[in-house]
Design a protein around this ligand. Sequence first.
Ligand SMILES: [Zn+2]
Ligand SMILES: [Zn+2]
Length: 421
Amino acid sequence: MTTATATPADIILGSLETLLPDLEAVYTDIHAHPELSTQETRTAGIAAERLRAAGFEVTTGVGKTGVVGLLRRGDGPTIMLRADMDALPVAEETGLPYASTATGTDQEGKTVPVMHACGHDMHVTWLIGAATLFGQARDSWHGTLMAVFQPAEETGTGARALVDDGLLTRFPKPEVILGQHVMKGPAGTIGWRTGVVTSAGDSFQVRLFGRGAHGSMPEASVDPVVMAAATVMRLQTIVSREVAANEAAVVTVGALQAGTKENVIPDEALLKLNVRTFDPDVRTRVLAAIERIVKAEATASGAPKPPEITPLDRYALVTNDAAATKQVVDAFRHHFPAERLREIKPAPASEDFGTFGTEWHVPSVFWFVGGTDPDQYAKAKAAGRLSELPTNHNPRFAPVLHPTLETGVETLVVAASAWLT
Ligand SMILES: [Zn+2]
Ligand SMILES: [Zn+2]
């Protein structure tokens, strides 16, 4: 706290220290029991139970596993806080005492390891913490607090599922929507920005068709392995040769699969692509270039039929409203010491958080909370090895409990209190 006068946020946060051991237990429990996208029933159950205990009216099963809680305290704006709940098909390698050993069944029916490798367990715990504190201090604020626990962020379908299940008509329209994500960065620091904050994300699967033959008779084949290799290399020229130096894009081929045996030329090859852009025009251009190159390389190879391009998922840009961001950041500046706040560049990550503000036509603000051990971060930075620290989705991604846990509760309470006075 940097000021002498107690704000409503200070009053609400007065019991945070007492609540922390409980939140630590919630976090380690959810971390040890991760659930894949659209299967977040246990996690949703915990969220619903905690909201009820804090005095919220609770609706469950929104968009299959989503939970919406409302705490009404008279006249005033409705403020929506959002946390996502799902985990990833990743085998945890953190070595933590509460590491996950869970498995799940993915959409293709395969058994896969499951881990909270993106930190959504932290997001759920933060929102439970903030909701609990707002419930305990219910006489210190006015308005309506709306806590939304969202399924399936990792598949880009969860926010949409809530909207399709009537979120906009069944619940009061918020004045602002607030969300946050744990990221690599010194624990306890907060990264914010106005305008575009996360990239648009587009994923595709590309099937390249060739003609199989014996490995000793390539002249009888149209080799999809060579076709795939040429395609992958030429796709790399989109960013280097077609996107301007002051624009940005990412084109990643994350999967390349073909063949089974050294002396068999297979019939087809499969590519999976992931694209990130920060500007709608650049996005249109990059996606058109991908289609052009994939088709042209198939033609150049003499493919028997054109490639099949199937969209896998799509995330829109997340854009922070200028006025609402100022209101949040002013409140952060009042509460946190200046060195804990960083203005950041747009993150080449994608989020479906933006769906809520876009659909509801209300401003939204999304920010990041660092989760890396500050000493480890400082050492890596001094050694020029920041890129080696585990990022989200890495099997060793493990936010330190403190001060990550308390910081994310504080940010939610401070930001929401900027409206709920
Ligand atoms: Zn993620
Ligand atoms: Zn995430």
